[in-house]
Ligand binder design. Sequence first.
Ligand code: SAM
Length: 279
Amino acid sequence: MLSYRHSFHAGNHADVLKHIVQSLILDALKQKDKAFVYHDTHSGVGRYDLQDERSEKTGEFLQGIARLWQRDDLPAELTSYLDAIRVLNDGETLRYYPGSPKVARAQIRAQDRMVLTELHPTDFPLLLQEFRGDRQVRIYKEDGFARLKASLPPKERRGLVLIDPPYELKHEYMDVVKAIGESVQRWATGTYAIWYPVVYRSNIDAMLEGLEDLGIRKILQIELGVEPDTEERGMTASGMIVINPPWKLESQMETLLPWLQSVIAPTRGHTTLRWVVPE
Ligand code: SAM
């Protein structure tokens, strides 16, 4: 089933959190000259037009990137993330929003490379078009987890894997756990960033328990909620689970998370920053 289209949600509060964390991890990888790989298992189309009918229909970006854009008190840690947005837009008008592949492309250097997978029959050609002729980017129309398994360990032995499935089906939470188990066996030192939506909290609890049971160390949870948990349908929060995070990420998020909450969800929001499994 491939009914999910990210264009309805691009630039929402969940994208903002995801792409900020992604860009901070890439910033950290760039501290060393040695090449790294950015591997994106569920890539989407790469670039979103916030004026298209899907974005306009939901208006989700209004409680996301639109709240940050043009503020004059933006924390310095957001520079790489915001630069990735600025290169897609002329001047001050916010029209285009980068998906995770474009956030990464704005940051990688000549020695780095990217691997992208996308299965959707409409989104895959758009992604391909976005990176046409780019020799640093390989794009596959394959299952994201199968391609990940086949690609590890990367020759660089350094890098970030972003795992961002649509979670339309309940089993996708446990698919992530299985994929992490297989991946760390092949490449234990890679950084893995898993995005998750809080729709039913029980799914997240089960996923975190599954990850703990894998016996791996250094698992950091970063969450931004816009509403309290509920049993009714609808995303109330989202988060990133980062395995082998760069050492500075925790302290960066300690200041960024409360700031983001104050900008995005000042009245009913919450934040979580904790080690699911410490070092
Ligand atoms: N990572 C993107 C970003 O941040 O801009 C958004 C990705 S979106 C949440 C999930 C994407 O996964 C959708 O574009 C969907 O078509 C794609 N997808 C669904 N099943 C897949 C699979 N088995 N393998 C690869 N991609 C898949």
